[in-house]
Design a protein around this ligand. Sequence first.
Ligand code: SF4
Length: 326
Amino acid sequence: MGTDLVKPGLSWSRSRSAVFNACRRQYFYKHHLSWDGWNHDAPERRRLAYRLSKMTSFPFLAGIAAHEAIRRTLCSVRDGRPLRMSSVDVARDVIKRVKDGAVGRGWLQRPKAYPPLEEYYYDGNPSPEERERWWKVAKSSVEAFTASPLFAWIRRSNPADWLAVDEPANYDNPEVFEIDGCRVWCRPDFAMRWRDKCLIFDWKTGSPKDDDRRQLHAYALHARACWGFDTSNIRTVAVHLGEFGVLRRAFKVTRDALDAVEADIRGELFEMRKAESAGDVEEHWALATDAAACTRCFFREICPAVSAVPAHKRTEVRERFTGEPV
Ligand code: SF4
């Protein structure tokens, strides 16, 4: 399928990199075909790609809810005003809002405000145990954070020294740096100035991943480029949160480490640019060679490698034959 709209400029982020490395076709759906799909008069396939690009799943949602609760908790400390609800209730509210929107198919009209949830969209009706499991991940992460000595220490610090509080990516924000003319989006969850040091924290609700070191070092690049810190004065810490409490993993920042991550990002941007020069023809973007990549891919409804039938279409077909809602 050809496209003729102006595409967004090439940029690098951890999530974009993950999609690119998982599957070129998935990258095409997420970063090209979905473009302009928010317009009601866009072609149906483009609108579908946009809907699927907004999809989330319980594991992601647990992380999103915990991050939002921590962000709002820190903002309330910074702004000197109490939260209108407890931190745990903020997380609960995020999950409920997304779940209710997904069940009510709010994504039919407004996928950005009401993203589809993979477990409802494809699987139909996730079990209460499954929902409970991920709610516990979000809840225990928030509880671990708010009870931690780290949070108590942050509360005692001067908010004037805070450099970042998990603000969403914003094209108007001047605090962004470039590599080879491409924006690199890697703003930390939380960062603050402490004496002559820059302390960078990344909240984690999942288990440690191979890519964590690169992510934290990319944040260090941001601190160096946007806040002017010397490499030797940057500290990065992944903070794992959960039922076990708080587990901190520090990643040493050295000139060699930052040179390596910068070269890595530069190499990926080169590969992305090369892939994009193949054009806007869907078939030019390779399908995943490892079928495991397709198992939980959000685009499996639109992708010919799977052509999954989502739950709402299965229901509609059954209704047509039996006349009864299932
Ligand atoms: S279903 Fe598989 S081949 Fe298709 S976009 Fe997803 S990961 Fe790629």
